[in-house]
Unconditional design. Sequence first.
Lengths: 129, 338
Amino acid sequence: MKLITHNILMCNKKGCTKNNFPLRLVVKQYADYEADNAQEYSANLMTRLLEKLDWNALKITVATLPDWGIALPDAVTPELAKDEAFLQSLHMLLVRRQIIDGEMVCPNCERSYEIKNGIANMLLQEDEV
Amino acid sequence: MNHRPEQVAPADVFYGVDEAKKYTQNTRMIQIQRTITKRALQMLAIPKGQHRMILDIGCGSGISGSVLSQKGHMWVGMDISHAMLDVAAERGPEGGVEGDLIHSDMGHGFGYRAGTFDGAVSISALQWLCSAEKKAQNPYKRLNKFFSSLYACLIKGARCSFQFYPSGPEQVEMITSSAMKAGFTGGLIVDYPNSKKAKKYYLFLMAGYSEEIMQEAKTVIMPEAKTGSGDSEDESSEDDSDDEMDSDEEKEEDSEESEQEERIDVKGKQRKDFKKAFQKKVASLALPTKGIQKREKFGGKVKDRKWILRKKDRQRRQGKLVRPDTKYSGRKRPGSFF
């Protein structure tokens, strides 16, 4: 699973509507894909993704992963959004880095969603719908 | 003998390890899925060179996703079958599956942030929503949940194209009405309606209206259905085809129309015959024809003095204000010159 997907996922459990984003990310194993293997970099796509990104949530999440050693700017300025190098680094972080093993925990209801083999299990039980 | 998989077993059971294998080895199956995905993507009307974030509902082994990746789009796919997702994960980015995979049930709705997706596609998945597998599942509730949460996670004006296999007109009605209830506009597109084999149903939906997206997709406001047999369709022609309207469907409509006209003709003829017969009879009886002529002229309703007096009397009895009867009541009027 990629960070971009984590950035759009909320807890979907019944009754859990407030404070259910971002999910607390616990990473046990991750991998970086080669540039030619992952979704191709295009400035166009990255700007699009940047528009959708909840920057605050991304910053909070990355801050909980100190071993990744990534420092993000406080906010995305319009100049930064056009900066090629910045977009490249974002592509690396959001698209090429895969979380293979881990879990996501809802900050509100503490429901845990497992990530195994790169697949996030968001399947709810019938009583949680 | 039951041929519809959704009536055999739930999706997560039906698409087990064996079935999932088919989706990696059967080249014909893969070919069909790819073609359908391309057509669905065409309906989203994303301009060339633009890359978007797309939701793939029922992504399975990622065949549809690899088409999306090829076109440069980022995608998130969801499926209920873990076996299928495992196949997709195994193929991985090397095998063209570059999007993200999420194991979840579309009938449960999805928890994506509002406005995250620029569009959605779904290949052969929607019909699964219509059948309940467990006692607790209500197809109507599941459909409503699905469409309302889909609407929530799309941007305004986003387009969706869902190819599916409805079991009958009731199912189509069930799905479309649920989509309209959630706020979508759009409708059903049937490709190759005259071919039993190539016939494909697409549910084309728009989430609200956005000027920008409308401008982008000016040329494809409402995608037209493809006609013809669809047998000779190959990938290369699929790519750049701006589908031309075959006249088959129009012809069919024409013939129906003329048939209807014929029916009307028959009726008219019958009436004429009847009129003639009536006139003949009147002539043979040698009755005074003046009143009858008049009656004919006014379609059988002649309001003479007798009728008027009767009516006035009736209204008087009802307590209405009526002018008194005089020698002028219902008097003859001068006829027209012609």
